[in-house]
Design a protein around this ligand. Sequence first.
Ligand code: IDP
Ligand code: MG
Length: 149
Amino acid sequence: MERTFVAIKPDAVQRGLIGEVIDRFEQRGFKLVGMKFMKVSNELAEKHYGEHKGKPFFGGLVSFITSAPIVAMVWEGKDAVDNIRKMMGKTNPKDADTGTIRGDLAIDIGRNAVHGSDSVESAKREISIFFKEEELVNWEPEIHKWIYE
Ligand code: IDP
Ligand code: MG
């Protein structure tokens, strides 16, 4: 089982889409192991998006992600990183397939509703900067055998 870091970005929180986004991962069969509603500090934003430092959109991205609350989450399941990236769709909502979160709920690349880790290594790094180990909950959903062979 794999863990991935997901954030519901400020635009989706403001638009009342928290439930909609969480619903999709729950209904697919993924397991929630951590969640917090929070404002992201400048320091945390620059660390999280460190790989984009120097790119033209970096300043806008950091000021956007720190502008209003987000929901930070950790989801667990088989191939969680890839599966959840697929459920989110392409970075630019105009290229995201219908049926994906970005394809259904967003229009602009700078307001694309969600963040999801792009690899297992990124997931580990992102989970560790948003969560302390003791904030993650180890539990076994009773329905496990109805989701996995
Ligand atoms: P991802 O969120 O699909 O992993 P990244 O390339 O990691 O995409 O970019 C991080 C975020 O930065 C994107 O989700 C998007 O909101 C924003 N972003 C990426 N490229 C651009 C751009 O060219 N213009 C404006 N914003 C961008
Ligand atoms: Mg990324």
